[in-house]
Design a binder for this molecule. Structure first.
Ligand SMILES: [Zn+2]
Length: 76
């Protein structure tokens, strides 16, 4: 799709790093599948991936972590 931020380029399939902050937890998730703009670097993540990220954040917050870095996993 055409990037909605810069409108200069078509996004390409790639990976991005997402940082989530909630309830005092900072969670960094690497290798998240995304459509990435080669011009401005904006990453677009699907709703299904976002839902998975939020589940991961809730699990991590439940474990009382403060800072955690994970690889993206869609296995569960
Ligand atoms: Zn862009």
């Amino acid at each position: 799709m055409n990037c909605v931020i810069c409108k200069q380029a078509e996004t390409i399939e790639g990976k991005t790093t997402i940082t989530l902050e909630r309830d005092g937890l900072t969670l960094v998730i690497k290798n998240v599948p995304a459509s990435v703009c080669p011009d401005c670097g904006e990453a677009y993540v699907t709703e299904a991936v976002t839902a998975q990220l939020l589940r991961t954040a809730e699990e991590t917050a439940a474990a009382q972590a403060v800072v955690d870095v994970r690889e993206y996993s869609s296995a569960r």
